[in-house]
Ligand binder design. Sequence first.
Ligand code: HMG
Ligand code: MG
Length: 316
Amino acid sequence: MQLPDRVRIREVGPRDGLQNENVRLTTEDKIDWINRLADSGLSYVEITSFVSPKWVPALADARTVARGIRRKKGVTYAALVPNLQGLSEALAADVDEISVFMSATETHNRKNINKSIDETYPLLREIVKEGKAAGKTVRGYLSMVFGCPYEGKVEIQQVEKSLYKLLEMGVDELSLGDTIGVAGPQQVREMLAVVLNSIPSEKIAMHFHDTRGVASANCFASLQMGIAKLDSSCGGIGGCPYAPGASGNIATEELLYLVHSMGIQTDVDEKSVFDAALFIERKIGKPLASKVLQVERTKLKENGGSTYELGKGTKR
Ligand code: HMG
Ligand code: MG
């Protein structure tokens, strides 16, 4: 079995995580968290969304967050952009990368961005064109790749069509979203076997929500298929506010445990991510879903100090 030697983790907690939290964090706490995540060795952090504050009130401070963070060399600071208004805000805040997003299903697309899929393509094309002209790299998210809460099963042809459209527009990377966490490893392998026939693996990242506890198995299946970019959320927080039943992404510390245990390199310090997860858990004020965090929290209580074992708090 050939697994990648190295995995690039895309940290999406400050965006995918906080967009779905009822507890409002202060802008200062968001900035502090993002700085901690970047300091842990994560080379990619999705910091916020420049979306309508009426639609996602939790990220209404996008501009202040983007301007307030410390920019660490070698880290890509990315943000979601739904339209040209969002793009111009994101450019003014000088994010490194913009992410356009759409859904493979008509109903979720409308519920999420108030447009049909056919209306969405020309809009995203314009955003990608202007974003690239401004010197930014662009990521294209496709949601509901494995199933939709409104439409059920999603046909692979539907997925392929949107992926090709996004590539034609010039996106640098695609992120395939299991938005409501319905996929299983066999489905992931089957989907990737088809997609990888025509799209190189370097262009693909996988984005698993852990609604049913199999996101880790799905990440493993993706690694087996040669995918080396995986999205995760520190603490496991998150979900799409317009996809009922969606819970957070696989927790970054769970993903690190998984890949490091197989000798796959990341350059990310597990202990720092665990500390960042504890930080955000305290701020949110309730126990988070991350299983690694649960273990470590218990050990902390029992021993009065961290006994973090795997990696012993160092890069591996
Ligand atoms: P709309 O209501 O059709 O937009 O929403 P509009 O153009 O009619 O504007 C309505 C109001 O919003 C106006 O303000 C605009 O100025 C304002 P008003 O005149 O009423 O005072 N507005 C904005 N304000 C700030 N920034 C903007 C912006 N745009 C308009 N960019 C719109 C359309 C796309 C704006 C809305 O539907 C929206 O913001 N949707 C975002 C929803 C969202 O963020 N969902 C979660 C992210 S996707 C996700 O989580 C999935 C993913 O993780 C992958 C996966 O898991 O599968 C990526
Ligand atoms: Mg998501």
